[in-house]
Design a binder for this molecule. Sequence first.
Ligand SMILES: N[C@@H](CCC(=O)N[C@@H](CS)C(=O)NCC(=O)O)C(=O)O
Length: 218
Amino acid sequence: MLELHYGPGACSFVPHVALEAIKAATGEDFVAHAVKLHKGEQRTPAYLAINPAGQVPTLVVDGKPLTQIVAICDYLDRRYPQAGLLPSEPWARAQAMSQFAWMNNTVHPTFTHVFMPDKFADGDATRAELKRFNAALYREQLARIQGWIEGADPYWFGARLAFHDAYALTLLRWGGFAGIDPADYPAYQAYVARVAAHPAVAAAMERENIKLQTWRPA
Ligand SMILES: N[C@@H](CCC(=O)N[C@@H](CS)C(=O)NCC(=O)O)C(=O)O
């Protein structure tokens, strides 16, 4: 049995979309548990028992928890290769993991500095500086992703949806919360609209009750 603990709109969207794609490809269903991050539900004793970092996502497989997006997605891909969520040829797969790891270990934490500066510094002035500096860095990182997806037709690796598509959507969507207008990245924005229309992505967005557009003019 597969259970996903996710936060609406959070990075857990990546395995959430993957589980929808796996369900469509194999019939294997999953149970989705919402964790309300703004209410601190990730820090309850029950949740910390399955994810001591107090973060989403957690995938529980037959009662055993697995944490970290990269590990969860690697597990799902190896268990359900027929879903085609990563390239299968070893070198292409390794290159795909390299891009995926960069989104997870660099772009994602850059946004965390903008969204939750209180995790990284005391004092309002330092936090404001962290937000400003990392929002500018985040813009450059989104531009790098746009460079990668410029030839995406229709998705990151071609005809089949990959983990990368769900992460790329999430990162551009988060940009709105950092004051970044997605229209500044026209190719990326058009690609994300295609990704959002994929049935697995649309199903996860509906369950999470999230919209693509998060940017509002200041
Ligand atoms: N490296 C972790 C990052 C997970 C993470 O940053 N999760 C965020 C949501 S996007 C979270 O749960 N934040 C809640 C908190 O820190 O209180 C992973 O890959 O799973």
